[in-house]
Design a binder for this molecule. Structure first.
Ligand code: BGC
Length: 270
């Protein structure tokens, strides 16, 4: 994929959970489009530093900052460090997320809180900090026609219920309403807030679902397009939603799912 390196030139982007999977792809694509990127990580220090090195080797600007997005003090520290090194923020990709699956009646409060804490509260904390800076700085027309862009990583499970994953599906349903409410509140200040809802993408989070031929065949029954998604599929969507090319898109969810939300079971039934 090649972008004009001027598409996001001068823009500073923070991607949470960027040491692997979708976050990593988002960071690499944003950097290719000219943005300076913060690779946020929680446990993947080495991986984050490797990504930073590779982006720099290609002429991009990148730094790695550690933070658990579920912890307010760590989020505040991460933004302070980003402003120290990059001065401001133009793009937030609220990506960090995890699964802690369990049958509903066996789900512990700890498993519930962990997933809601990272996936939903983490997005709230980061969005709030980014929005404060967008409002303080306002629009810089030579950088972007927007005062700032927030992209929330949701999931097809913001609309598809998911047995055995009640904490995860709830967090994604919450992201949808949080995203739209922030978008409604901040649109007059020229801030755009949108979500991407990936389907099954080949990342560490769902390795069991695609890494053997048997598992992949089962998964493909849910995907009309006939292939499991790649992190790059999402990286490209992130760049578009972060750029002024999507300036009139606000409060929307872009489903990038190979048709998973088309109720494939109804292709032959119903
Ligand atoms: C989940 C994956 C799952 C996909 C489709 C994602 O949000 O994290 O584990 O494969 O949705 O069901």
């Amino acid at each position: 994929m090649s972008y004009s390196p001027y598409l996001l030139k001068g823009q500073k982007a923070l991607i949470t959970g960027a040491s692997s999977g979708i976050g990593e792809a988002a960071a690499r694509h944003l950097a290719k489009a000219g943005a300076s990127v913060v690779i946020n990580y929680h446990s993947g220090k080495e991986a984050a530093e490797k990504i930073v090195g590779e982006i720099r080797a290609e002429g991009g600007e990148a730094i790695a900052i550690e933070a658990n997005v579920a912890k307010e003090e760590e989020v505040l520290k991460m933004f302070t460090e980003m402003y120290r090194q990059f001065g401001t923020i133009d793009i937030l990709v609220n990506n960090a997320g995890l699964q802690k699956d369990a049958a509903f009646v066996d789900m512990t409060l700890e498993e519930w809180n962990l997933v809601i804490g990272v996936n939903l509260t983490g997005q709230f904390l980061c969005a709030r900090e980014a929005a404060k800076e967008f409002l303080r700085r306002g629009v810089k027309p030579d950088i972007s026609c927007s005062a700032g862009k927030i992209i929330c990583m949701s999931s097809v499970h913001q609309i598809i219920p998911w047995a055995g994953h009640v904490n995860y599906a709830t967090s994604k349903g919450g992201i949808d309403m949080m995203m739209k409410s922030i978008a409604q509140e901040l649109a007059p200040q020229k801030i755009r807030v949108n979500s991407i809802a990936p389907g099954a993408i080949k990342t560490p989070i769902n390795k069991d679902a695609w890494s053997t031929p048997e598992a992949e065949a089962k998964l493909l029954k849910l995907i009309p397009s006939g292939r499991v998604g790649e992190p790059d599929d999402i990286g490209k969507a992130v760049v578009w939603l972060a750029s002024d090319d999507s300036d009139y898109v606000n409060g929307e969810t872009l489903f990038v799912d190979g048709g998973m939300t088309l109720y494939p079971g109804f292709a032959t039934g119903g």
